[in-house]
Design a protein around this ligand. Structure first.
Ligand code: NAD
Ligand code: DAU
Length: 353
């Protein structure tokens, strides 16, 4: 019988990459715990969902009874906690869900994990990996990097909710000895990324002859990491990370937003030229800036590289080409997650769960 790992938010963008990694490259049995919000898509797991080591549990992480039952039923050796409301723009429009899932939900998971951990005879193998973001560190100027010792300075409702959950996770380690490891990663991109976020939004708008909205002057800087490199970092943090520590993950791929959009346009110009022969960059439209828009994020990943041996496999140039091609090849997935059709798919495919 293989060891069982919980993945929360496994139907989301990064969570699904983690589940695919665990099923395809390890022997763990994976219990995917997901509420299936608008951002959760079981279709992203089609390639592994028939595997006998994959189990789906449709549970809200705020539901104490069901989470407790799940711990007792599956006896996991660890939990990789990714479930969250993740989109900064949505947190500005409606922060309530972010407080509920990211803070209250994490609190609930920590409490359920604590009760389960306290009941374990062999405590050595259990670990709670709390997956967080570089946004908790605030905003950088033109120079410098975030690292594990950077002071927290969250500035959006999203990053404030993630920072709160990080603090809870730390407190549960120090106060209750729950073996918690925290990861803080930079902006991810890649396959199955919900098309509300910059990179998939731009690819899809370009294909649909729609404007490519760039906030402000497009000068804000993000540090991009291909999603599978992040997934490997999370697994390493579980297998080799030291309890009570946090690990910053990033691959030194800083780009301004305008550079990112221009690169996507250039790749699309080659792969799928516009009918009128003009460049997709003609569709770039500068729009009103995001409220409180953090200027720059950039990560120093030295600790996870030197202590855990993590190394990214993709650069931005290799990852973005794969990503654009994937969206060209997977327009059905995009149409489903955007149209509500997806929900019917869930109802049809998961009647027995
Ligand atoms: P996502 O929005 O694509 O997916 C979130 C998943 O969580 C969805 O499947 C959703 O259904 C599920 N979920 C939401 N609320 C839930 C609840 N109450 N109970 C159970 N499941 C619930 O998010 P993502 O981009 O994959 O991010 C995953 C995690 O990684 C988040 O914690 C996020 O803060 C963190 N992170 C993201 C990035 C990034 O660039 N996307 C970077 C660093 C860290
Ligand atoms: O840094 C890690 C974070 O990266 C994660 O914690 C978040 O969950 C994830 O959503 C992401 O946050 P960002 O706000 O950086 O990602 P987003 O794709 O929304 O925006 C990237 C940049 O592009 C940001 O500077 C805002 C800008 N942008 C975004 C959108 C949606 C635009 O210019 N136009 C847009 O339409």
């Amino acid at each position: 019988m293989s060891k069982t790992l919980f993945v929360t938010g496994g139907a989301g963008f990064i969570g699904s990459a983690v589940v695919r990694l665990l099923i395809n490259k390890t022997g763990y049995t994976v219990v995917n715990i997901d509420k299936l919000t608008y951002a959760g898509n079981l279709e992203s797991l089609k390639s592994v969902s028939d595997n006998e080591r994959y189990i789906f549990e449709h549970i809200d992480i705020c539901d104490k009874e069901k989470i407790t039952q799940a711990f007792n039923k599956y006896n996991p050796v660890g939990i990789l906690h990714l479930a969250a409301e993740s989109h900064v723009d949505r947190s500005i429009v409606g922060p309530g869900e972010f407080i509920q899932t990211n803070i209250v939900g994490t609190f609930n998971l920590l409490e359920c994990a604590r009760a389960y951990y306290d009941s374990l005879e062999n405590k050595d193998s259990f670990k709670f990996v709390h997956v967080s973001t570089d946004e908790v560190f605030g905003s950088l100027g033109n120079t410098g990097y975030f690292s594990e010792t950077t002071a927290y300075d969250p500035r959006s409702p999203y990053s404030a909710s993630k920072a709160s959950s990080d603090m809870l996770a730390r407190a549960w380690f120090h106060t209750y000895n729950l073996p918690v490891v925290i990861t803080n990663c930079t902006n991810n991109y890649g396959t199955f990324h919900f098309p509300e976020k910059l990179i998939p939004l731009v690819i899809n708008n370009a294909m649909r002859q729609k404007p490519l909205p760039v906030y402000g002057r497009g000068e804000n800087v993000r540090d991009w990491l291909y999603v599978d490199d992040h997934a490997r970092g999370i697994l390493l943090a579980f297998e080799k990370g030291k309890s009570g520590e946090n690990y910053c993950i990033g691959g030194h791929n800083e780009r301004t937003n305008l550079e990112v959009v221009q690169v996507i346009c250039k790749i699309l110009d080659e792969l799928k030229p516009r009918a009128d022969g003009k460049s997709y960059s003609e569709q770039i439209t500068f729009v009103t800036d995001r409220a409180g828009h953090d200027y720059r994020y950039a990560m120093d990943p030295t600790k996870i590289q030197s202590e855990l041996g993590w190394k990214p496999e993709d650069t931005f140039d290799t990852g973005i080409k794969k990503t654009v091609q994937w969206y060209l090849d997977n327009q059905d997935w995009v149409a489903h997650v955007q149209s509500g059709e997806y929900q019917k798919w869930v109802d049809t495919n998961y009647t027995n769960r």
